[in-house]
Ligand binder design. Structure first.
Ligand code: 5GP
Ligand code: ZN
Length: 106
């Protein structure tokens, strides 16, 4: 989607550093971190939210990407969050999984 900030990041428009990437997803640091470590796992395919995801394989690949990333960075304890819908705090309508670790400020 052309007006989606995460699609633009995936497209390389802002030269965002990917801490990890694979065929299905990219992982980058949250611009406004709410923990010592705050990463976002974002599928390459534009899906608005978990409610619109009808691809079990992709869902599994995203969780596998969480594991790959935390293993690569040596993160042993972490929290994963998916905000779904505006009332639940979703601000960017391109599905993403938050990885939070260390001291959390929220
Ligand atoms: P949500 O509230 O939708 O679950 O999370 C969206 C997250 O994306 C927020 O934590 C916000 O700080 C982050 N974010 C929004 N715009 C950008 C951006 O342009 N770059 C990066 N790296 N993170 C962003
Ligand atoms: Zn998008």
């Amino acid at each position: 989607m052309t007006d989606c900030i995460f699609c633009k990041i995936i497209n390389g428009d802002f030269n965002t550093e990917f801490v990890h990437e694979n065929e299905y997803a990219v992982v980058f640091k949250d611009i406004n971190p709410k923990a010592d470590i705050h990463l976002l796992v974002v599928p390459r395919k534009h899906v608005e939210s978990l409610n619109e995801l009808d691809d079990e394989i992709l869902l599994g690949k995203l969780m596998t990407t969480v594991k790959e990333t935390t293993k690569k960075l040596g993160i042993k304890s972490y929290r994963t969050i998916i905000n779904t819908g505006k009332e639940a705090g979703q601000e960017v309508f391109h599905l993403h999984i938050h990885i939070l670790s260390g001291k959390m400020n929220f």
